[in-house]
Ligand binder design. Structure first.
Ligand code: FE
Ligand code: FE
Ligand code: MG
Length: 164
């Protein structure tokens, strides 16, 4: 990080880098959960669900890139091995062991709710201290909120289909 950029950071960068690495692990696990879910999902509306899951996978990968860039800018190192993801993660990983469409969607809704809580906590942590991270986290939070809404809409559509 540049000299003056470090001077204006109103908090301990080590603490911030640690939190960002936890989010970095979350994003990779979310990416993998969506990517795999899109490939194994079965049941009604499979095409629409598959497309949404693929879209979200791409968003989570983009989030991982954003978070990694900020970690590097702060002088930190993104987790170097996937072995570290499980101990670092806030939101964990739900294997799509039951490929039924509503089960997959529910698992991902749970993940998005955890992501929303995580980024909201981080937003409060950096508020007034690091506007650059604040801006990034806010933009990711907006995506996670949209993700939850998209998945809930698909679950409602499925429910409606079942009633018909
Ligand atoms: Fe994400
Ligand atoms: Fe998400
Ligand atoms: Mg979407």
């Amino acid at each position: 990080m540049g000299t003056h950029a470090r001077e204006i950071l109103g908090m301990d960068p080590t603490r911030l880098i640690e939190e960002l690495n936890k989010a970095f692990a979350d994003e990779w696990l979310a990416y993998y959960q969506y990517w795999l879910g899109a490939r194994v999902v079965t049941g009604p509306m499979r095409g629409a669900v598959e497309a949404e899951l693929n879209e979200h996978a791409a968003d989570e990968l983009r989030h991982a890139e954003m978070v990694a860039q900020r970690i590097l800018q702060l002088g930190g190192e993104p987790l170097l091995s996937p072995d570290q993801w499980h101990s670092a993660t806030n939101c964990g990983y739900d294997a799509p062991s039951d490929p039924e469409v509503s089960v997959i969607l529910e698992q991902n809704v749970k993940g998005e709710r955890c992501a929303i809580d995580t980024y909201l906590r981080m937003l409060k942590l950096v508020e007034g201290k690091d506007p650059v991270t604040y801006n990034m986290v806010l933009s990711i939070l907006q995506d996670e909120i949209e993700h939850e809404d998209d998945l809930e809409s698909l679950l409602r559509d499925l429910e409606q289909r079942r009633e018909e």
